[in-house]
Design a protein around this ligand. Structure first.
Ligand code: GLU
Length: 466
């Protein structure tokens, strides 16, 4: 049997971090078993579904590297099949037309509430044999009154529902459109889905879906309901807790591999290991190791993983990503991959990395006032002048020689190297933080270094900080 899973988002907004994790688990399960991972866009809510939202979801999945098999299925195009399934159920006696009006339904619920019972449809149209012409009707599922429906969940174990609690579900609305549970069952069956992996917020729908499969004479797939993601305060992860849209993580400079690693560990575990490559995840992932309780989102851990992935990446593989955030023309400047190599160790995100790289391509227009105040003293100027004249005549300008020159000047003046290195750093970068000064200057090159130092000295002497 080929394992076939799916992701079935409703394109009504963004790709939520919880949805992305559901997609990841579903993808991992399929890939682990050499099966297929399909995509179904549940766009039946015509008012709220937009092509833009579909694109955002597809883009997010592509960015995360969650590739799907075949073309996405659009649920709205399968309405005829959904209606056929409802008709089949009417014919087999598992569904019926209900002609109750809103007023009748309201009166019924009112009476149930008054009698202290839970309001639910009482099945009064079940035995109706007439079909009043021109009167609107819905199609309802004739759900069993007694017994239990058990969902054998791969994550949660057996979950038992009393059938008496489930009233006769509407399958087709009075305008003939299918409802969620009918559409999902008809589509999952048609797509040959063997394992339904989804958020545990859908668990209450599942006994109804199981009953529908049985009534339609279809094999019941396996289910795996993934507990939700909570924020640090223990409530459902939402905007209040920070970024929830996958695009926000992308824009904040996270690497897809780091996010995938983080999301995989959010609810799934393998011993106490934290770092997994994509291949390792595929090899090791199993729904049985998904936790039963909600996982808490931990920003620090994500940042830690992102920093780790940044550190370990091949610098050239980051060039395109860094360019997205750099907003600078790199032509004529140092090789970006080399610049990245000097910053990887110290950056948590691509945004930080690009921020640290920018001064290599954009001359500083202003200087951090606090840093200037701290590092520029009377005795700074002669040190800088000595440095300028030393490098003016240098035959070759590389990291070792730059280091030697700075060391020599400071030794002679009897001061620590920071007394010269910090002022140089401020003049070439605008601020007090950069990769090691010798490497920084080597990358900038002698001409650019001289130009920046001269220009900076001139400005600061004129008291121009910004
Ligand atoms: N379209 C549903 C949602 O976005 C998912 C349905 C399902 O996975 O069964 O929540």
């Amino acid at each position: 049997m080929t394992i076939r899973t799916r992701f079935a988002p409703s394109p009504t907004g963004m790709l939520h971090i919880g949805g992305a994790r559901t997609a990841l688990f579903s993808w991992l399960y399929a890939r682990h078993h050499g099966g297929e991972f399909l995509l179904r866009i549940e766009d039946t809510d015509r008012q709220r579904s937009t092509p833009e939202a579909t694109e955002v979801i597809l883009d997010g999945l592509r960015w995360l590297g969650l590739d799907w098999d075949g073309e996405p299925v659009f649920q709205s195009q399968r309405q005829a099949e959904h209606v056929m399934a409802a008709e089949q159920l009417i014919e087999s006696g598992h569904a019926y037309r209900c002609y109750c009006t809103q007023d009748e339904l309201e009166a019924m619920r009112e009476a149930q509430r008054a009698a202290g019972r839970k309001p639910m449809y009482d099945g009064r149209c079940r035995h109706r044999s007439d079909q009043p012409q021109g009167k609107p009707y819905v199609v309802r599922f004739r759900s069993p009154d007694v017994g239990q429906t058990v969902v054998h969940d791969l994550v949660l174990g057996d979950v038992v529902f009393d059938n008496a609690e489930l009233d006769d579900l509407i399958l087709l609305r009075s305008d003939g459109t299918p409802t969620y549970n009918l559409a999902v069952v008809a589509d999952d069956a048609a797509m040959g889905i063997t394992h339904v992996v989804r958020g545990s917020d859908h668990l209450n729908n599942t006994p109804r879906q199981v009953q529908l499969y049985q009534a339609l004479g279809l094999p019941v797939p396996k289910f795996a309901h993934i507990p939700l993601i909570h924020g640090p305060d223990g409530s459902k992860m939402s905007k209040r807790h920070g970024a929830v849209a996958i695009t926000e993580y992308r824009e904040a400079g996270y690497l897809p591999d780091a996010l995938v690693n983080y999301l995989a560990r959010l609810g799934w575990s393998h011993g106490d290991e934290e770092v997994f490559s994509r291949d390792e995840l595929i090899e090791l992932f199993d729904l049985r190791q998904v936790g039963k309780t909600a996982a808490r989102f931990d920003q620090q851990k994500l940042d830690w993983l992102n920093a780790l992935y940044l550190r370990q990446a091949n610098p050239s593989s980051l060039v395109d990503e860094v360019l997205r955030f750099l907003h600078a023309d790199i032509a004529g400047g140092p090789d970006l991959a080399e610049v990245i190599a000097t910053l990887q160790e110290r950056s948590r995100t691509l945004v930080e990395l690009a921020d640290g790289a920018r001064f290599f391509y954009v001359r500083p227009e202003q200087y951090d006032a606090k840093a200037v105040k701290k590092h520029f003293r009377e005795d700074t100027w002669p040190l800088l002048e000595a440095f300028v004249s030393a490098i003016e005549d240098m035959a070759s300008f590389d990291r070792e020689r730059v280091h030697e020159v700075i060391r020599g000047i400071c030794e002679q003046a009897g001061v620590g190297m920071g007394k010269l290195a910090q002022p140089i750093r401020i003049l070439v970068s605008g601020g007090p933080v950069s990769p090691p000064i010798d490497k920084t200057l080597e990358l900038l090159g002698r001409d650019e270094t001289l130009l920046r130092i001269r220009k900076g000295m001139e400005r600061l002497r004129q008291g121009l900080l910004s």
